[in-house]
Design a binder for this molecule. Structure first.
Ligand code: NOJ
Length: 554
């Protein structure tokens, strides 16, 4: 049955093992520690965990520089610990997605070492080489300002190799059938250990034709179908969630016209425009992004996120719009990164204003797709701008007021726990927020619980309703004879909206508030007048609470 697809309404929580919980006291988080926090995650209500790379790595890019695809980095534990963790997740009904980083390896990976040493080795063609420096070597960098080129000379190989990312991440030659077979083998390995799928790193680059002769980007979309088929043959309900920051008209190539390619993609278009709207209270670009990304196959889904482990990439906004977001959320140069983004966490960007944080999370929970929460955001963690590049937003989880926020007993944690000031662990931590019914953590738990009872968002078709106020976004979802309405006021002032639900029948004239007692009843012309406080939001059921009795079977 089509409504069995778990990812259509998943609550995904992303974390790095190394910064979550350190059980063995060496300063680095580990699987044993993470396992002890599964009850916390279960209580929060998440239905899936996305683990950042945990395989052996040279750790120069947060683990996205893997040296062995079939193992666990000893700093995090053993393969045995991983299996125990998987069992703990299974017991609690939590699915696990892991990163699949196969655009490139670490330059320390034995495959690259073999390839560079021996031009006759079969591994040589697993990477992308050129005898002379290609003319486009100084173009196409993903990390401008930090990364100098996309081709580097290797003195051992006496040749140039291609690297879309940093120079210690040589690109795999993904057109090579042996490399493709190896990618499937990697997926098969982790599927066998119980994962429910993969967050696939850098998908547009994985499927791009690579080589010195390549002048323009050219994607081989059919590779995606091959990945999906393999996945589904092995494990029917496993998925791929693509990291592909592409233009809306290209999205369908990733999903496939018939939904025969990837299951999920992060919605970068909505993400960037959402931040613009949060900054300016002008909903129009967000509405456009929602409309532009509306059409997707019935079995596909968006991953909706606010912040992730990377910078907030604003590269697809017009220069003026980007500047508006910089001005609002990251005015000083040390808050910005790669000439296009902001590296801060969400809470400091919104100046810790609880009203705006709730607005942002309420949106993430109610825009079309499945929400992807970043660890620590549920308690409003901050950032440490003294740390380089994206590390500032990757500091350890803040569990309590104990030393190092209860993350570790070691005095030399992998990254410093934020201490002092409004976002230090002394002020912002799980233990205190658990005890406070009005804390952000308990609010998050409640909103997740409610989101699970509103499957219309994941399954239904949305409509943007005219609200009469440019700072207010009103979305209606319809699914199986049930309907919900969600309204968000982006403005710092109260606004009154006048809504016509385009109701088809009279019983729809009641709006039952799902989060508080103030319901709305239509006037005699079937219009609703609702006053929203600054940054206010509402979740309503259209009709009454007998909706479940009215829900159709298909
Ligand atoms: C995208 C990941 O999200 C990012 O963290 C990483 O640096 C690059 N891919 C390279 O793997």
């Amino acid at each position: 049955m089509i409504n069995d697809l778990w990812y259509k309404n998943a609550i995904i929580y992303s974390l790095s093992v190394g910064t979550y919980m350190d059980a063995n006291g060496d300063g680095v988080g580990d699987f044993t520690g993470l396992m002890r926090r599964l009850d916390y995650l279960h209580g929060l209500g998440v239905t899936a965990i996305w683990l950042m790379p945990f395989q052996p790595s040279s750790l120069r890019d947060g683990g996205y520089d893997i040296t062995d695809y079939y193992s666990v980095d000893p700093r995090y534990g053993t393969l045995g610990d991983f299996v125990e963790f998987m069992h703990g997740c299974k017991q609690r009904g939590i699915r696990v997605l892991i990163d699949l980083v196969v655009n490139h390896t670490s330059d320390q990976h034995p495959w690259f070492q073999e390839a560079r040493r021996d031009s006759d080795s079969p591994r040589r063609d697993w990477y992308v080489w050129a005898r002379r420096k290609p003319p486009q070597a100084d173009a196409g960098m993903v990390f401008p300002g930090v990364q100098k080129s996309t081709w580097s000379r290797d003195e051992v190989a006496k040749a140039w190799y291609f690297h879309r990312f940093y120079n210690f991440q040589p690109d795999l030659n993904t057109a090579n059938p042996q490399v493709q077979a190896e990618i499937l083998k990697i997926m098969g390995f982790w599927l066998q250990l119980g994962v429910s799928g993969f967050r696939m790193d850098a998908v547009p680059f994985v499927i791009a034709k690579k080589g010195a002769e390549q002048k323009r980007p050219e994607e081989q979309y059919d590779m995606l179908r091959g990945f999906r088929e393999f996945l589904q043959w092995r494990e029917g309900d496993a998925i791929i969630l693509a990291e592909a920051n592409v233009l809306p008209r290209t999205d369908i190539q990733y999903f496939g016209d018939d939904g025969d390619r990837l299951h999920m993609m992060f919605n970068f278009q909505v993400n960037q425009n959402l931040f613009y709207t949060l900054a300016t209270a002008d909903c129009r670009p967000l509405v456009k992004a929602l409309q532009d990304t509306r059409e997707l196959p019935a079995t596909a889904q968006w991953g909706l996120f606010l912040r992730n482990h990377d910078e907030l990439d604003l590269g697809r906004l017009a220069a003026k719009q980007r500047q508006a977001v910089f001005d609002a959320f990251g005015p000083s140069p040390d808050m910005q990164l790669y000439q296009r983004g902001i590296r801060r966490r969400l809470a400091p960007m919104l100046q810790g204003d609880r009203r705006r944080l709730e607005l942002a999370y309420s949106l993430m929970m109610t825009l079309p797709g499945s929400p992807v929460i970043r660890y620590g955001d549920e308690i409003g963690m901050g950032d440490d701008l003294r740390l380089p590049e994206r590390d500032c937003a990757r500091t350890p989880m803040q569990w309590s007021t104990e030393p190092h926020g209860g993350f570790t007993k070691c005095d030399n944690p992998v990254l410093p726990v934020i201490s002092g000031g409004p976002y230090g662990f002394e002020q912002v931590n799980v233990a205190q927020q658990r005890r406070d019914p009005n804390s952000q953590l308990n609010w998050t738990e409640r909103i997740i619980r409610m989101r699970k009872e509103v499957p219309e968002i994941g399954w239904g078709r949305f409509e943007v309703l005219p609200s009469g106020a440019s700072g207010v976004l009103a979305l209606r979802y319809d699914w199986r004879n049930n309907a919900v309405l969600v309204i968000h006021n982006f403005a710092a002032v109260p606004l009154e909206v006048r809504l016509d639900l385009k109701s088809r029948n009279k019983h729809e004239s009641n709006l039952i508030n799902l989060l508080s007692e103030n319901h709305s009843y239509a006037d005699e012309r079937r219009k609703h007048h609702i006053v929203l406080e600054p940054y206010g939001y509402r979740w309503y059921r259209i009709g009454g609470l007998d909706y479940l009795l009215k829900r159709a079977d298909s």
